[in-house]
Ligand binder design. Sequence first.
Ligand code: SF4
Ligand code: SF4
Length: 299
Amino acid sequence: MASLELHEKMVLDGLEKIKDEIPFESPVNPVELSLDSEIQFHCHKGVSCFNECCRNIDITLTPYDILRLKRRFGMSSSEWVNQFTLPYPMDAHEMPGLKLATRSGTTACVFLREEGCSVYEDRPAACRLYAMGSMGVRKQGSAEVEELYFMVKEEHCKGHEEPRKLTVQAYLEEQGLLEYQEFNRNWRDIVLKKRSSGPTVGKPSPRSMQLFDMCSYDIDSFRKFVNSPGFTEVFDLEDEEKKGLNEDEDRLFQFSCRFLKQVLYGEQSIAVRPDARDRRMQRRKPSGAATESGGPDQG
Ligand code: SF4
Ligand code: SF4
């Protein structure tokens, strides 16, 4: 699998800039591909390298990867994350990230079987995109984050020698990636914004990083959080909206991104009770203890 670490280094710099940074022997082909670009690639069970890419993995997981896979296994998000992932810092401020676990003592994916991927229908976005790479780039003067694509040609991968040609757009559709991109878009924007703000914003508080961790990778805890008295004391959600969030996990995740944008970047989209701060101060007074029972100070 292509190293996503390298992709991180590229984020926001644009392809022109990164050409110089790519190691001489990198499998990354730094030619920007548009959705209409034609690529030559076909991975199928008949290729001589079948399963080769899954024997040496370095896969960063996204929130939607985790939602799909934890549902497949009928597990809670924390159970699934504990069993099948490894934590890693996404940046110098230790923004929490997760990598897909490997089989004990090997570099092979924990889901690899002789007959192929055992979670194929719910395989992560990075597996779907390979043998392409992508990165979100905010071009100068634009507020929009644009997705750029490029080929990753690793020597062991014979899919590049197969005669099939198709456009990038057709490949993304074939691999079911559009749904993943759509779902992860807001979260990706949060990560990019944090990275691009760099040291000017300073190190986020441990509390902010805990919230990022929960909102990104632990939807079950986030649901409890949204239903907690502390959250209700600060945020003003209609009963109907709360019901919808409790019934629809995907919708709850999108809400968690709105919540994160509000907490991390002050982008207000969730109504805050006007008296939230006073009520919280009031509650703290008698005991004098500064215990956090729910949301951050928003009042
Ligand atoms: S999840 Fe499936 S496709 Fe992805 S690395 Fe593991 S075995 Fe391969
Ligand atoms: S063609 Fe490439 S992506 Fe497909 S199995 Fe072989 S190494 Fe993996």
